[in-house]
Write a protein that binds this ligand. Structure first.
Ligand code: ADP
Ligand code: GLC
Length: 483
């Protein structure tokens, strides 16, 4: 079976978060199910430069006003289609925002052009390769399913919701620029509170909707989590399935990680502590017998990082350490920088986004803090498990179903892998930190948590099978309808 995956990010070439990790690792896991995935990605400079043996497949003189070439090639074991459109994608900032974090004003056009080309590939536009399924990720690719819906050759479409907070909402007057029939601007498709909703249109046009954890799939049926799209999610209820993300266990493998000083595994836990020392040294923090907490995160409200900034005194009081790596909202960045200035022996902050640093932190820290207010799936806690770094997570979304709380039952069954807390506020987080300290002081219990975490299978093994099954069901239905 051939699948066309459509995504605005893919690891290791362009990444702002977990979407890239999923888009980069799922195709590899699907291979053993006989599924060949080719992924369409925008031609950011980093992607075009990484392509091995790029072959031009089509040339557009005026694609939404820009010249563009569709390239096909391989990179890092992935089969890619790349929409090389320098006017849209060679920019100084990130994939969606400029150097100052402001959305590009033409995002509506950049991702419409991208989605339009995806729909052409889905319709058999590329010689010798025709997909059986088109699988779009998040709002940037959602419009491709709307284009497919109105194209001649129809194939089943899957839309994966990684985060419903990002919806691709644009003024309605742009509709006439999209090249879609008038009927597409209706409540059953793109119309969204009087605007255009790319994610909304995709949700309506998709044959199946996957959400990155079953809990988040339920949560977004309600107004608080659905953020305006709960009505659509409820209407499509029967076609929604929650499939928890897996991780690439080759990229995240403490026994073969090139970024860490001392490699180790569940069988050689005594080789882990030198990484802790190296980490404290890297961040300029003195040794301690207290716990070393860390957070690798977007510094945003969603991630609850303001909550963490507000309880640093708790960590200082227990002579713990806190290492924060991330960037995001200016107010939260300042709060952490200020905390590091006030408590230089206890808190260190590295504003930025560095893959190698993230690996070193997972290998060295005692506990990983993920205090998200909402979290569709979350990958950081899964990497932490694999590295023997005990996750402390808010009880929401995918966090609540990937970490087993160290309550009495969890500990007695030797199943616990971390700490869950709620309510998700500063009181809840403070209590979680105190619980962590108690457990940390019982070395046997703490090591049990680490061991259990490292034994957890967070690979794609089970979830790739669910995607394969879904693709199989959709193509079987499609053939029945055609026949
Ligand atoms: P989200 O996609 O919502 O940001 P996830 O937990 O799914 O959350 O994925 C976050 C990904 O981004 C993980 O791979 C994590 O390691 C990575 N990441 C987040 N912040 C940083 C950072 N400052 N430096 C390096 N990697 C980071
Ligand atoms: C989004 C979500 C995150 C999820 C990731 C990959 O960025 O915020 O929870 O893990 O997508 O699906």
């Amino acid at each position: 079976m051939n699948v066309l995956s459509v995504t605005a990010e893919i690891f290791p070439f362009v990444k702002t978060g977990g979407l890239a990790d999923v888009a980069g690792s799922l195709p590899k896991a699907l291979k053993s199910h006989g599924i060949r995935t080719r992924t369409l990605v925008p031609g950011y400079r980093s992607v075009v430069e990484a392509l091995d043996g790029a072959t031009p497949m089509a040339r557009y003189d005026c694609l939404f006003g820009e010249g563009a070439t569709l390239l096909a090639g391989r990179a890092d074991g992935l089969e890619l289609f790349v929409l090389d459109a320098p006017g849209f994608f060679y920019r100084a900032g990130g994939p969606y925002t400029d150097e100052h974090g402001v959305d590009y004003p033409d995002n509506w056009k950049r991702f419409a052009a991208f989605s339009f080309v995806a729909s052409q590939i889905a319709s058999g536009f590329v010689q010798h390769w025709r997909p059986d399924i088109i699988h779009a990720h998040d709002w940037h690719a959602a419009l491709s399913l709307v284009y497919v819906k109105y194209a001649d050759a129809q194939i089943p479409g899957v839309l994966t919701v990684h985060n419903i907070a990002f919806q691709g909402q644009f003024p309605a007057h742009l509709f006439s620029e999209l090249g879609l029939p008038n009927e597409a601007y209706s409540v059953d498709c793109l119309e969204y509170y009087g605007d255009l909703g790319y994610l909304k249109g995709g949700l309506q046009a998709a044959d199946a909707i996957t959400v990155v954890s079953p809990t988040y799939a339920r949560e977004i049926m309600s107004p608080i989590f659905g953020m305006g799209l709960e009505g659509v999610m409820n209407a499509r209820h029967d076609d929604v399935v929650g499939i928890v993300n897996g991780i690439d266990v080759d990229v995240w493998d403490p026994s073969a990680d090139p970024y860490i000083a001392y490699q180790y595994s569940a069988r050689t836990p005594l080789r882990r502590p030198p990484n802790r020392e190296a980490l404290l040294e890297l961040f300029g923090l003195p040794p301690t017998s207290g716990p070393v907490f860390a957070s690798i995160n977007r510094l945003t409200w969603q991630k609850g990082m303001d909550l963490l900034a507000a309880v640093v005194d708790e960590i200082v009081a227990m002579d713990g350490r806190l290492i924060v790596h991330g960037n995001g909202d200016a107010g939260i960045e300042h709060a952490f920088l200020d905390a590091a200035r006030r408590f230089p022996q206890h808190i260190a902050v590295w504003l930025g986004y560095e893959e190698p640093v993230a690996h070193k932190i997972h290998a060295g820290a005692d506990a990983m803090l993920v205090p998200s207010r909402f979290e569709p799936c979350g990958l950081t806690q899964l990497y932490a498990l694999r590295y023997g770094c005990v996750p402390i997570v808010a009880r929401t979304g995918g966090l609540s179903e990937t970490i087993i709380d160290a309550n009495v039952a969890g500990l007695q069954a030797q199943a616990a892998t971390g700490i869950q807390f709620s309510p998700i506020d500063t009181d809840g987080l403070r209590l979680a930190l105190r619980r962590a300290l108690k457990l940390y002081r019982h070395r046997r219990i703490w090591e049990g948590l680490q061991r259990q975490g490292m034994k957890t299978d967070s690979s794609w093994h089970l979830s790739a099978a669910r995607y394969a099954e879904l693709y199989g069901d959709l193509t079987a239905t499609d053939m029945r309808l055609a026949g």
